[in-house]
Design a binder for this molecule. Structure first.
Ligand code: GTQ
Length: 371
């Protein structure tokens, strides 16, 4: 089969296949079925001061409901912009920073994307979800599940900023995006304010007439910071004998549907980690990607040998299948919040994780990231 004639014949054959919109698997299989995850997602980090200044500038230039459905500055991963992917932090996840000023309202709408919000600063804003008003205080995680009517309002006196996490890329890859504005200024309030928080205020307890819902959405819509902080504090007290510090994540909790223990959102995973002062966690990698937000503390994360230094408010991207380890360099505990696509990967049988075993679990730092 070898020889010049055969090679020429093969090359003509490939060209004729292309002309008929066909392809030769004998040359292309390794591009399609790679030995390991192959992707264009690079890590990136945004300083909070930069983001905040731009968001406040948007506050001067645009009004929600008038100039903009939502007044949001989103994180654009530069490596994915090169691929034409607008609004992508990773292939699956989007994050934006939303601002509401006192008295403003962001109008009601519905979409197939799920959204989770982590409140960053300011008091007095609320989100209403399907007719239930939900107060948003710093550190709270508020859900607006897929296909729920939601709007935002503000009855306080200071700017309120929060993180929006949506599964924009994931939904887009399935061509599953639907959006509709509400026909009216405000969706009617049909439930008492903060109803879901009152029904599910105690961990492990729920109203007797509430059935476990194997599906979604989670009946709890606000995971309050006081509860999250208490849960992480309690874990820390029980350690190291009762509950071990996770070698990669520190003390970490995920936000779950309290009736099932499954993820709070159908597709967007969310986690809060507490890393004690001075702790250097060990590296690992997993197929799931994540977008991180530093709630409190100072430290750095080594991502594939590059050091990403962070402090309060910063955001960073963790690409799929990428070695990473977190380090708290401060003298107080650090809290890291993140959204991820773990659950979707698990359902599809695609999640894998691997611990870094060289050098005691610590990567060699070969460069430092500068935005
Ligand atoms: O608040 O509903 O950052 O629909 C992007 C899309 C926020 C929202 C975003 C949205 C919202």
């Amino acid at each position: 089969m070898a020889g010049i004639n055969h090679e020429a014949a093969l090359s003509d054959f490939h060209a004729s296949l292309r002309k008929d919109s066909l392809g030769p698997l004998w040359t292309d299989l390794p591009h399609m079925i790679t030995r390991e995850p192959d992707h264009d997602v690079e890590p990136y980090l945004w300083k909070w001061e930069t983001i905040r200044n731009h968001v406040l500038r948007a506050g001067e230039l645009l009004k929600p409901g008038k100039d903009s459905e939502r007044r949001v500055v989103y994180l654009q991963n530069p490596s994915l912009l090169k691929k034409g992917l607008i609004g992508y932090g990773t292939y699956t996840l989007y994050a934006g920073i939303q601002l509401l000023q006192p008295g403003e309202q962001a109008p009601p709408h519905i979409h197939s994307q799920g959204a989770i919000r982590l409140i960053i600063e300011g008091k007095g804003a609320y989100t209403s979800v399907n007719g239930e008003k939900i107060n948003m205080d710093p550190g709270d995680l508020v859900l607006t599940p897929p296909y729920t009517w939601h709007e935002h309002g503000h009855e306080g006196a200071e700017p309120v900023l929060w993180m929006d996490g949506l599964d924009v890329g994931l939904v887009k890859s399935f061509a599953g995006s639907f959006f509709q504005p509400y026909d009216g200024d405000s969706y009617p309030l049909t439930k008492p304010a903060n109803y879901s928080s009152y029904q599910f205020s105690a961990p492990g307890l729920m109203p007797v007439d509430e059935n476990a819902q194997p599906g979604y959405p989670s009946p709890l819509l606000n995971y309050r910071w006081v509860d999250t902080e208490r849960a992480l504090g309690t874990m820390a007290q029980g350690s190291p004998d009762v509950v071990k510090l996770n070698p990669h994540d520190g003390y970490a909790v995920k936000y779950v549907n309290p009736t099932t223990g499954g993820p709070a959102d159908a597709r967007i995973g969310s986690m809060m980690q507490k890393i004690p002062a001075g702790i250097h966690l060990q590296a690992h990698r997993h197929v799931h990607s994540a977008i991180y937000h530093v709630v409190r503390g100072t430290g750095y994360t080594v991502i594939d040998g590059k050091k990403f230094e962070w402090s309060q408010g910063d955001f960073f991207i963790l690409p799929p299948w990428t070695w990473h380890e977190h380090v708290n360099t401060g003298d107080t505990e650090a809290f890291l919040f993140s959204i991820d696509d773990t659950h979707v990967l698990q359902v599809l049988g695609l999640e894998r994780q691997e611990a870094y075993t060289d050098n005691g679990g610590y990567q060699e730092v070969t460069s430092i990231f500068h935005p």
